[in-house]
Design a protein around this ligand. Structure first.
Ligand code: IMP
Ligand code: MG
Length: 173
């Protein structure tokens, strides 16, 4: 496989720090901030973003699996699981996701989290393939808008590999 860097490590780190600074400013009044990591792809983004936020906050996570037809979502069916002790009542929740593509995953995640009665729910996605969107999900914070390439690295996998890369790459032929 020949891979090409799409977003280099220093560019990623700079943007994540900017997002952390922006969130720190916009949530400075919050006394119940919770970052919810969508496993597994968002892990490195989540840990870097968390450490760029200067406000106290709690961690939560959710697992989302979609029923794919190959790489493409066929019907938008998404299964979301949250841990039983995730306490979001009255919280300002920021959902931290790696990639928003069709939007089905985040639409379902937000629906499940809202059932826990948070005060607010915002979305922070590192990568946005906007041209692929099927459902309109309001994304509050976006790292980078990218074209419709299959990407991997920085937590994002290709067949469960390449998550360890410090940069975002895509395949070239
Ligand atoms: P959506 O439900 O179509 O918005 O899909 C979002 C999920 O699909 C992301 O959380 C990723 O897990 C996965 N995904 C979408 N595009 C890519 C990609 O280019 N590489 C790896 N995973 C992807
Ligand atoms: Mg994902």
């Amino acid at each position: 496989m020949v891979m090409q860097t799409l977003i280099a490590e220093d560019v990623l780190q700079k943007r994540v720090a900017e997002l952390g600074a922006q969130i720190s400013q916009e949530y400075h009044d919050s006394d119940n901030l919770v970052l919810v990591c969508i496993l597994t792809g968002a892990i490195f983004f989540f840990t870097d973003l968390s450490r760029s936020i200067t406000l106290p906050h709690r961690f939560g996570y959710a697992e989302a699996s979609s029923y794919h037809d190959g790489l493409r979502l066929s019907d938008g069916e998404v299964d979301v699981r949250i841990p039983p002790r995730l306490d979001l009542k009255g919280a300002d929740v920021i959902v931290v996701e790696d990639i928003i593509d069709t939007g089905y995953t985040l639409e379902k995640v937000v629906e499940v989290l809202k059932a826990q009665c948070p005060k607010s729910v915002a979305i922070c996605a590192l990568l946005d393939k906007r041209e692929r969107r099927v459902v309109d999900v309001p994304v509050d914070y976006i790292g980078f808008e990218i074209p419709d390439h299959f990407v991997f690295g920085y937590g994002v996998d290709m067949d469960d590999s390449y998550r360890h890369l410090r940069y975002i790459a895509h395949e070239t032929h």
